[in-house]
Design a binder for this molecule. Structure first.
Ligand code: FAD
Length: 545
């Protein structure tokens, strides 16, 4: 297999333009990536086109949980909770390093939220619907036990609590690992290429017109079936297809803020009630804690979604009300992200009340669009879409049934959690020569077994500045195997450093842009422009309008 690298991009474009496909997918978020893997692994000749980097849209801006969606139980969405709840264990099995069990603390407040017994019964149903193993099922806590778990909680308001099982992940890394496995199964995949129109044959969609954002060239990809998994942009493509009628999207914005863990030292992930009836997560991750999310109707520019001062203040007020000794202020925010939920509009319902269920639209000209849903449910959504594509376009005896529950993601060949732990210890030993054994957990949780290759690369580099050496080794790995096209791709979606360790980005941006420039063949003008863009991105993480 040719490496999935920018260095092979020309060949990928020429392959896409020169042969017909069974299925072409628009959008390289988790939904598109999942469909590409499902289709390619069943034997469909598959292509995927993404207008920016993989996971550029909502799939790098979620709460980064593989969760059953406890609050959907309140909305009586039993089907959704059952499906995504059960999927947690499946996705964990496919990438145990990247989908990591995380116990969630649910404090119960005297004044807000549900009572003790309703919570106890609700969580029991949650565990039952999702088939959670007995040892991981919810545990109810007394007031004293809850405060022992999290001493920062407001003591006069806590009346008890519960601990229940969830999983944390990195959404963008999950997406890229699925894309890489889809490529390994024969899918042809291109980023920085925008679908501008459809090609028709006898009034039926028979392909897409693509503008290559990097070269400016245009080309056509012919295909029997076209699926739009364009997330918040789904209605834009339905408009181009002249099929935007009936149900439509309702976009809601969700923001997360990041502060140093030392400023908000929660001992574990917490899901707490807010005065307005909503619930918010506070999740510790390495040297930071992140807090989110908001949920407000959004009608602005979908390509540039920002955290506003109001968003940040709402989250800060929520933290300070529940954890009074913390006293966060806007100045504590190191970084942030804002994403759009592509929900299905329902007349008279507010942003928070809209269903998170996915929906498939079929246009008279044969375009299939899918929107809504959860990161967690990507595999089942993909299965439904590919089943429909096969039913509509092919003799289904030609293709095998969905088997993505058996396909391990790239870097994810671990047998169990103990295996991951052992691997981290091994990596830690190997990082001793760089004097950076503490980086092992970060490396393994991001790259899994692929960490070995990164360490091997690091072994060939100058080691005078260990942090930079490890960063350069990751960059080289991502250039060779993960189709990065610029420094944003690296710092935002391959490593998450812009969110979780922005100081590293600030410190090493010049060196990394210089390295990118050498690998990707930039001239000095491009190099300067990339650096400026990176500086704008850094300052936008905490300078709110
Ligand atoms: C704040 C927030 C928190 C969330 N938290 C969680 C969570 O913790 N757990 C969970 O399970 N779910 C969560 N979700 C939901 C989850 O993130 C989304 O359901 C999921 O990421 C949607 O993925 P997608 O692939 O459908 O859309 P996207 O990720 O937006 O992907 C669509 C892609 O299509 C591309 N595209 C658009 N137009 C074109 C075009 N013309 N040509 C080519 N490409 C195009 C875009 O660039 C984009 O990359 C959260 C959502 C939000 C907003």
């Amino acid at each position: 297999m040719a490496d999935f690298s920018f260095l092979n991009r020309k060949e990928i474009v020429s392959t896409l333009a020169s042969q017909p496909y069974d299925l072409v997918i628009i959008g390289g978020g988790i939904t598109g990536a999942g469909i590409a893997l499902d289709a390619a692994s069943r034997g469909l000749k598959t292509a995927l086109i993404e207008k920016n980097d993989f996971a550029f849209g909502t799939s790098s801006r979620s709460t980064k949980l593989i969760h059953g969606g406890l609050r959907y139980l309140k909305q009586l969405e039993f089907g959704l909770v059952k499906e995504v709840g059960s999927e947690r264990a499946v996705v964990h099995r496919l990438a145990r390093h990247l989908v990591v069990p995380e116990k969630m603390l649910l404090p119960l407040s005297e004044k807000k939220g549900l009572g003790y017994w309703l919570t106890s019964i609700g969580l029991k149903i949650y565990d039952w619907l999702a088939g959670v193993k007995p040892e991981d099922q919810r545990r109810m806590l007394t007031k004293q036990q809850t405060l022992k778990c999290e001493p920062l909680l407001r003591k006069d308001d806590v009346k008890g609590g519960a601990i229940y099982a969830e999983y944390r992940t990195d959404d963008a890394r999950l997406t890229i690992e699925i894309v890489k496995v889809a490529v390994a199964h024969g899918a042809d995949v291109l980023s920085y290429a925008k679908v501008s129109d459809f090609v028709y044959k006898e009034d039926q969609v028979a392909g897409i017109k693509v503008s290559d954002i990097i070269t400016g060239n245009e080309f056509v990809v012919r295909s029997k079936a076209v699926v739009s998994a364009a997330g918040p942009w789904v209605d834009e493509l339905r408009e181009i297809n002249r099929s935007k009628s009936g149900k439509r999207l309702h976009l809601t914005k969700g923001v997360h803020i990041v502060v140093a863990h030392s400023r908000f030292p929660v001992r574990q992930a917490i899901y707490f009630d807010v005065d307005d009836g909503r619930m918010i997560f506070a999740i510790p991750r390495g040297r930071v804690t992140y807090v989110g999310t908001t949920d407000t109707t959004y009608n602005g520019d979908k390509d540039h979604v920002f955290t506003t001062r109001d968003d940040a203040q709402y989250l800060i007020a929520a933290v300070n009300a529940t954890f009074p000794s913390v006293k966060l202020s806007l100045d504590d925010i190191e970084s942030s992200w804002a994403g759009l939920r592509p929900l299905i509009h329902e007349e008279g319902k507010s942003a928070s009340e809209l269903s998170r269920k996915d929906e498939i639209f079929e246009s008279p000209s044969g375009l299939i669009s899918i929107a809504g849903g959860k990161l967690t449910g990507y595999r089942k959504m993909a299965e439904r879409v590919v089943n429909l594509v096969i039913k509509k376009h092919f003799d289904d005896r030609r293709f095998s049934p969905c088997r993505t529950d058996q396909i391990k993601l790239a870097g994810g060949g671990f047998a169990n959690v103990k295996d991951v732990k052992k691997f981290i210890e091994n990596v830690s030993r190997n990082l001793h020569s760089l004097e950076m054994p503490d980086a092992a957990r970060y490396l393994v949780e991001n790259f899994g077994m692929q960490s070995d290759e990164i360490i091997k690369i690091a072994g060939t580099l100058d080691k005078s500045q260990p942090h930079l050496t490890l960063l350069k080794a990751q960059l080289m790995y991502c250039v060779r195997h993960e189709m990065i096209c610029n420094a944003h791709d690296f710092f935002v979606r391959r490593t998450g450093l812009i969110y979780f360790d922005i100081h590293q980005v600030i410190k090493w941006k010049d060196e990394i842009v210089k390295e990118c420039s050498a690998f990707l063949g930039w001239d000095s003008t491009r190099r300067y422009a990339e650096l400026k863009e990176l500086e704008i991105l850094i300052s936008s993480q905490r300078n709110f309008q």
